[in-house]
Ligand binder design. Structure first.
Ligand code: CTP
Length: 392
């Protein structure tokens, strides 16, 4: 279909970026980027109509996204040149040929392309020695101003290096240092900085990425010393988490791993630290609310839950207001057997216990409706949790 559409629209199509890189590395790639030498949005819409797939267009970026029934996405990008008028700001996009489009990219390993149409179908483009860098396991930037133009690439360099087990090449590393010295990261908008930060939390080996970002001096540019902890993040490492598989694999417990990592990372954060962090990073409502909840409950939780005499109903009262991710964060960070026992009990058992008695039953018993209903139902639930009620 792509070939035929290219012919009728008079354009060329290429797979570029992550999918080509991962193909050579024999790794699975979720999404795919297709660069169109021509109008990427019109091309994607026509293809979507032919195949009956949903396509969304993003006019200002000259791109479109096609949603496949499998859940995968294909991005169609109008091949372009990018002009940066101001460091760290979004570039101006000017439609251009494939070569310009490959030149504007971040790293050599992401600048490989394969043509999808015409006589040159299958032709492989490697303008910057990307294939050799894949073999040498190197992350190499394409031009010296790249990190100043787009400092989010510093995070990307670290993510790729850790994910693929590559090294950031020497000159590239020195350019990161130069960009940091020029306060490039600090000049990113809070939205772009937050997205870069969250994309690190989405990586499997987040703690190792953060260690590298810390070594490079990136974290010191963003956070106050003592407001974050890489050690707490390490508790999400695979070998440590195995102990809690019963929780993470339980169908009754849903956990957003990015949120949990965010909470662990900010575990030592004080309320005033958090207020300063929110001036440079912006998170959605739930994420912010969870961090605040974690900060509020941290001390209270640690002190109270270390006691060994709490009944299931008391534990239930303490943990019920918390998001699952906050409970898991406190459980992992506290690393205390008694706390672990209480959290496990709540997450795996107590929180799923339902009351079968309702207000209607109380009415049938002749009790006048009012505040008393809430009190009675709460006490019945407490008795049930503490196994003082046997149900038949
Ligand atoms: N890209 C870039 N600079 C950026 C972001 C993206 O040059 N700041 C280019 C790279 O060529 C990259 C492509 O756009 O390969 C697609 O970006 P993205 O989807 O973020 O990365 P992938 O390479 O697909 O890698 P992955 O999704 O596996 O992280």
């Amino acid at each position: 279909e792509i070939d035929a559409l290219c012919q009728s629209a008079g354009c060329n199509a290429y797979i570029v970026g992550g999918a080509v890189r991962d193909y050579f590395l024999r790794m699975d790639s979720c999404d795919m980027d297709i660069v169109i030498e021509g109008n990427g949005m019109i091309f994607a819409k026509s293809l979507g109509e032919k195949l009956n797939y949903i396509v969304k267009t993003y006019e200002p970026f000259l791109t479109a996204t096609m949603q496949l029934p499998s859940g995968q996405k294909i991005d169609f990008i109008t091949s372009r040149k990018e002009v940066y008028l101001k460091p760290a700001a979004l570039p101006i996009i000017i439609p251009a040929g494939l070569i310009e489009d490959l030149k504007r990219r971040d790293f050599s390993i992401n600048s490989l392309a394969i043509q999808l149409n015409g006589r040159d179908k299958g032709r492989f483009y490697d303008l910057f020695g990307g294939l050799q860098d894949l073999k040498d396991k190197k992350i190499r930037i394409l031009h010296d101003d790249s990190f100043l133009d787009d400092p989010t690439r510093i995070f990307r360099a670290v993510r790729y290096a850790v994910r693929l087990d590559f090294k950031i090449e020497k000159h590239t590393k020195s350019l990161i240092a130069k960009a940091l010295a020029e306060k490039a990261v600090a000049s990113l908008s809070s939205e772009r900085l937050s997205n870069s930060f969250l994309s690190v939390l989405s990586e499997e080996k987040t703690a190792i990425c953060m260690e590298e970002l810390n070594r490079l001096g990136v974290l010191a540019e963003i956070f106050l010393q003592g407001s974050f902890s890489i050690n707490e993040l390490r508790k999400m490492d695979d070998d440590k988490i195995i102990r809690y598989n019963v929780l993470f694999e339980s169908p009754g417990i849903s956990c957003d791993p990015v949120l949990l990592k965010l909470l662990l990372f900010f575990f030592p954060c004080s309320l005033s630290d958090w207020q300063s962090i929110k001036r440079v990073l912006s998170f959605d409502k739930k994420y912010s609310h969870c961090v605040l909840q974690m900060i509020e409950y941290r001390e209270k939780f640690m002190d109270t839950l270390q006691q060994s005499h709490l009944s299931p109903a008391e534990v239930y009262q303490l943990l019920r207001p918390l998001y699952t991710e906050v409970i898991l964060c406190l459980l992992l960070a506290c690393d205390h057997l008694q706390i672990e026992r209480y959290c496990m009990m709540f997450l795996l058992d107590s929180q799923h216990i339902k009351l079968h008695v309702t207000g209607k039953d109380l009415l049938n018993l002749g009790i006048k409706p009012g505040e008393i209903y809430g009190i009675i139902l709460k006490q019945v639930l407490a008795a049930k949790l503490d196994h003082k009620i046997v149900t038949y």
